[in-house]
Design a protein around this ligand. Structure first.
Ligand code: C2E
Ligand code: CA
Ligand code: CA
Ligand code: CA
Length: 279
């Protein structure tokens, strides 16, 4: 038993150490990356379902690592959340997206909504509203064009402070969208009480539409609930005409997905949007 235990020990611990070490390396590299301005935003168009016109975009962060190339967010957002780096990272994203929106003012892009992902940890920081205020003031972004995408987990902290925070943001002119709707504990009572303007149907529900009965049920229930509550719905992960038609027929307001475009660099997004406007 002793020998087995020893073997286990030798096998187990170095492996854990290696993983912890890798994590630490990644964390340090990310910290440096943020300092060295290696983060970049890509923009994915959102399309008004009825007209087919671009009505906004979602800003999605990437890390342009000198050796690794473009690192996708799911590989470093969790590290940022565990290490506290989500604070500076989230603030960079917020300011960069606001700066971009401000640059669009007085241009043909001025009407576009800029949707920004906000991590629950970022949203729950006591100074979050002040951070947003400062970003708006410093960049000159139009709050009416800024949408904050928050997840259900950010709303799972009951209490009035949270509601007050949402109301403050709403009163500043921003809109709030509930991201990944249906994947968490959907506490439907929140929807009525909180100043949420839009729901984002997660792409896990869209992927197997219209064939999958459960996904179809969740999607159409979400759309009719939203209609009754006066909320708009954005569906993400729209890849096919069949998915689009299903969503359109049930009153989905906006569509986002590879069927229209992948997330694009700023130059490509602007060119794509211009080209789509041509008659
Ligand atoms: P999300 O908020 O659900 O964003 C949508 C993700 O779906 C994006 O992945 C997008 O590229 C992808 N997507 C869009 N259309 C399609 C499609 O038609 N098919 C498929 N299969 N996928 C599609 P991405 O950019 O890799 O981002 C992944 C997640 O990382 C985001 O999921 C979000 O939770 C997080 N994230 C991205 N940027 C930020 C950020 O700036 N801050 C925070 N806190 N989180 C971010
Ligand atoms: Ca999102
Ligand atoms: Ca998400
Ligand atoms: Ca999602």
């Amino acid at each position: 038993a002793k020998a087995a235990g020893r073997n286990q020990y030798e096998f187990f611990v170095p492996d854990m150490n290696a993983r912890a070490f890798e994590r630490l390396m990644l964390e340090n590299a990310l910290r440096r990356g943020i300092e060295r301005n290696e983060l970049v935003l890509h923009y994915q168009p959102q399309i008004e379902a009825r007209s087919g016109q671009v009505n906004g975009c979602e800003a999605l962060v990437r890390w342009n690592h000198p050796d690794l190339g473009l690192v996708p967010p799911l590989q470093f957002i969790p590290v940022a959340e565990d290490s506290g780096l989500i604070g500076p990272l989230g603030e960079w994203v917020l300011r960069e997206a606001c700066r971009q929106q401000a640059q669009w003012q007085n241009s043909s892009m001025s009407e576009l909504r800029m949707a920004i992902n906000i991590s629950a940890l970022q949203f729950l920081k006591p100074d979050f509203v002040d951070t947003v205020k400062r970003a708006l003031a410093d960049t000159g972004a139009n709050p009416q064009r800024i949408e904050l995408e928050i997840t259900e987990s950010a709303l799972m902290q009951p209490g009035t402070a949270l509601t007050g925070r949402l109301l403050q943001l709403r009163d500043m002119g921003l809109t709030l969208a509930l991201d990944d709707f249906g994947t968490g504990y959907s506490c439907l009572a929140y929807l009525k009480r909180l100043p949420i303007r839009r729901l984002k149907i997660d792409h896990s529900f869209v992927r197997d539409l219209p064939g999958d009965q459960e996904d179809a049920a969740v999607t159409s229930a979400t759309l009719s609930l939203a209609r009754d509550l006066g909320l708009e719905v954005v569906a993400e992960g729209v890849e096919t005409v069949e998915q689009r038609d299903y969503l359109l027929a049930r009153g989905c307001h906006s569509l986002q997905g590879f069927m229209y475009s992948r997330p694009l660099t700023i130059a490509d997004f602007e060119a794509w949007t211009e080209a789509r406007r041509q008659p």
